[in-house]
Design a protein around this ligand. Structure first.
Ligand SMILES: [Zn+2]
Length: 262
């Protein structure tokens, strides 16, 4: 069954949008739903954007989470298990929740994200793919046993259910592969499936990965990746990366103007 509301995902139409007009669709005690948003919700291991929603009377509601709800299966063979559609709920920080009473259904608002956090998350997300490409070359069997992924502003990690731990020489080789992509400033592009705009493909160096996250268009600004391992108990390994010299680019982000009804 397909849910009857769908939030327009402006971050897929233009991933450099940081601010856009929208309208209120639903108000709850702790959250607000809009007809469109620039805020990327938590998904695929990537943390959500943070930001503000400014009501037409000037009231500012800060949100520190955004969640996807009521998705439905895309039903595309290339994307097994992919869920699309549904709505995005902006979770308002506890101190601002009483201000939700000022919001009214259908009213115009402006939704804006914290650009620095977004730029960091896009960088971290792209780095996570380069790490994954490194792991897929050095320990291909681990890729089949991925059990978790977490992408935060300053680092990324994957968890694997594998019998053999990652040895120091394997970590060094993974780091080399990932850093070679950074040094060559590997180009990254993202395309959408013709039948379903929320079904997205990540392309880099001839590799194609289904991924709905937000990415950089080139790898150089990530800087050198440092790869580490941690054992999580018997048969579980965590591989993480950090990039202390990263230079997330803030230029290019822009606001969306109100659309003129035709
Ligand atoms: Zn991705």
């Amino acid at each position: 069954m397909i849910f009857n509301r769908r939030t327009r995902r402006l971050y897929y139409e233009d991933f450099l949008l940081y601010k856009a007009p929208a309208r209120v669709v639903r108000i709850e005690d702790d959250s607000i739903e809009l007809d469109a948003t620039v805020a990327y919700p938590e998904g695929g291991g990537q943390e959500a954007d943070h930001g503000t929603i400014v009501l037409d009377d000037g009231t500012v509601l800060r949100f520190d989470d955004a969640k996807k709800l009521y998705l439905h299966p895309a039903g595309l063979a290339e994307f097994p298990g992919l869920q699309v559609g549904g709505v995005i709920k902006h979770v308002i920080v506890p101190e601002d929740r009483l201000l939700l009473r000022q919001a009214s259904l259908g009213a115009p608002v402006v939704v804006q994200i914290d650009v620095e956090r977004r730029a960091r998350l896009a960088l971290s997300h792209t780095a996570s793919h380069l790490l994954y490409l490194g792991i897929s070359q050095v320990r291909p069997e681990a890729i089949e046993s991925t059990i978790g992924c977490h992408i935060r502003p300053h680092g990324a990690r994957f968890d694997f259910a594998v019998e053999n731990r990652f040895e120091a020489d394997e970590l060094a080789r993974i780091e080399l592969v990932a850093n070679a992509y950074v040094q060559s400033n590997a180009l990254v592009s993202v395309s959408a499936h013709a039948a379903e705009p929320d079904a997205r493909l990540w392309h880099c160096d001839g590799r194609v990965i289904p991924c709905g996250g937000i990415h950089l268009t080139s790898a150089a600004s990530i800087g050198p990746l440092q790869v580490r391992r941690r054992g999580l108990g018997r048969g579980k390994e965590r591989i993480s990366c950090e990039f202390p010299q990263a230079m997330p680019a803030l230029d290019g982000y822009h606001a969306k103007r109100a659309e003129v009804a035709s």
